[in-house]
Design a protein around this ligand. Structure first.
Ligand code: CP3
Length: 343
């Protein structure tokens, strides 16, 4: 199916665009009252994730309501550990919890490399339904967590400021850590390939906990697995978003991917210099900039667009939009990108 709006795809591939494309990480859910209305009818977050028609509905909401240039499939990075045998609960207002964490060699042995068609078919179905209902309006982004970020949740058992249990394992059990990371990587590659086969037009890899590792550990326990995933995914453009990994920018230049996501701590010129001209950059407005006045949002957005320049940029925030952001400010951000970047 021919896309009616392929700005995002062209920008990812480094082709000319008439303006800068824009979308927001975590645009589905969180900020939209329309999402909460769907969510309140259900038993919980997982019912929404596991019901393809509903996942498709909330995936498309931001396309209708915010007029973004891409949709991202409504799911979670934690469906991967669940498919591998580590189930999670989503605790209201607190976040994810894994009742059984990975501690021992036997635990790692017991984790399976999941077959996406068997264990994650609900996501593949959601992608198919979404593609049909989007009817080519905008591209659909598929996604997964980076192996290190998934490892961090599987070992830690929940969100954490330090992820010290997960980081401890890298020091005390490096070989065991690699065995688990490889299983996660194998699952993720098969899963992302299945997402593409189901209709995902691009893929984003979220390494949300990249920034807590020292550079040498990042290289050994995260980067090399992301590299495997990028090499395996030859079918569609891939975005790597590694939050806090400013120290790895020169390495990212070597990845077989088309787009690098920047968080708001990263200096745009330095990142461009480290990464070179052969990749597109995505980001990186501070999510807190959207708490500003409308005039302030416009100013900050224009400053960001000036710093990236008109080529090989996909406008976004530097991380997911915060839940208490006024949707009107989000619209102001999107509108400003569209108007100011018009060429
Ligand atoms: O718009 C979208 O991007 C929707 C799809 C999406 C969700 N989670 C839905 C969700 C995506 C891409 C994610 C990714 C995700 N999930 C990441 C990586 C991105 C990032 O923010 O760093 C991470 C680390 C997770 C794990 C996770 N899921 C946490 C820590 C939490 C609780 C905090 C929170 O974000 O609310 C979730 C729950 C979650 N995932 C919600 C949504 C809409 C909120 C739950 C609800 O609606 O009840």
């Amino acid at each position: 199916m021919q896309l009616k709006n392929d700005l995002f795809l062209r920008a990812a591939l480094g082709q000319p665009t008439e303006r800068t494309p824009v979308w927001l990480m975590r645009q589905a859910g969180r900020i939209l009252p329309e999402y909460r209305a769907v969510r309140e009818r259900l038993s919980g977050f997982k019912e929404l994730v596991e019901t393809p028609e509903l996942a498709a509905e909330v995936t498309i909401q931001p396309v209708d309501l915010l007029d973004v240039d891409a949709a991202i499939i409504f799911s979670d990075i934690l469906v991967v550990p669940e498919a591998m045998g580590c189930t999670y609960e989503m605790i209201e207002k607190r976040g994810p919890l894994f009742p059984n964490t990975i501690k021992t060699a036997a635990d790692v042995e017991n984790v399976r490399v999941a077959d996406p068609h068997e264990h994650l078919n609900y996501v593949l179905e959601a992608i198919k339904v979404t593609k049909r209902e989007l009817n080519g309006r905008v591209p659909l982004i598929g996604f997964a967590g980076a192996p290190w970020t998934i490892f961090a949740y599987m070992v830690e058992g929940s969100g954490s400021k330090t992820f010290s249990k997960a980081r401890k394992m890298l020091y005390t059990e490096p070989e065991l850590s690699h065995r688990l990371l490889q299983k996660i990587t194998d699952t993720t590659i098969a899963y992302l390939k299945a997402q593409v086969a189901a209709g995902a037009d691009l893929i984003q890899i979220f390494d949300s906990w990249a920034g807590i590792l020292p550079p040498a550990h990042y290289q050994e326990f995260s980067y090399r697995y992301i590299d495997q995933i990028c090499k395996a995914l030859t079918e569609v453009p891939v975005t790597v978003f590694a939050k806090g990994a400013f120290f790895a920018m020169a390495d990212f230049a070597q990845l077989d991917c088309q787009v690098i996501g920047l968080d708001w701590n990263m200096n745009i010129q330095e990142a461009r210099q480290a990464i070179g001209e052969n990749k597109t950059l995505q980001g990186n407005l501070d999510p807190c900039a959207l708490y500003n006045s409308f005039e302030g949002v416009k100013q900050e957005t224009r400053k960001m667009l000036d710093a990236f320049g008109p080529h090989r940029h996909i406008a976004n925030l530097g991380h997911g939009v915060y839940p208490d952001t006024d949707p009107e400010k989000v619209k102001c951000f999107i509108q400003t990108v569209k108007e100011y970047s018009q060429r």
